[in-house]
Design a protein around this ligand. Structure first.
Ligand SMILES: [Fe+2]
Ligand SMILES: [Fe+2]
Length: 171
């Protein structure tokens, strides 16, 4: 697969993000006993593990983020903390995470399309993006309105994701 140099930092953020995503669901599954949640988390975990595998294949290992331990830990907390507050908090968290990730992949696809090459890579990122969208929708259909507290938490998750992306873009 043709990987243009300019996209490597973005792929590093994707790899870091998918690593974090796997750990979000590990964090959820560690304490959640509710059947609906366990099923939801196992289903998403399967997809996220596949995303991670795909990125492992295309990102040279010397280009991986040096802070993977941190992304694992923060991902874990992003799943574990809302699990202390019940189902809805988990779905809200996933909704905010996936809305962020959807935009994140869209930006990269847009940049690659401008170059009009790396069609295989575009196809791969499209696939990841579409699966994140279906994760987003899967969480969205499980709750209606957001409380103020959920909105605040969601924004913490969103800002945290932004910061994590800007750091893993570099290191
Ligand atoms: Fe993913
Ligand atoms: Fe996802």
């Amino acid at each position: 697969m043709l990987i243009p140099d300019f996209i490597i930092p973005d792929l590093r953020t994707d790899h870091a993000g998918e690593t974090g995503a796997v750990f979000i669901y590990k964090g959820i599954l560690l304490i959640s006993k509710n059947n609906e949640i366990v099923e939801f988390a196992n289903d998403h975990l399967k997809t996220e593990s596949r995303h991670l595998e795909l990125l492992e294949k295309i990102l040279p290992s010397n280009e991986k983020s040096k802070l993977l331990f941190l992304w694992k830990f923060l991902g874990f907390l992003t799943g574990f903390i809302p699990s202390l507050f019940g189902k809805k908090f988990i779905y809200v968290t996933i909704f905010f995470v996936e809305s962020f990730v959807e935009r994140h992949y869209k930006k990269q696809i847009f940049e690659l399309r401008k170059e009009n090459k790396s069609l295989d890579l575009i196809k791969l990122l499209e696939k990841l993006k579409n699966e994140e969208i279906s994760h987003k929708e899967d969480s969205l259909r499980r709750f209606d309105k957001l409380s103020i507290l959920e909105r605040i938490w969601g924004n913490i998750v969103k800002i945290g994701s932004k910061i994590a992306v800007s750091i893993s873009h570099k290191i």
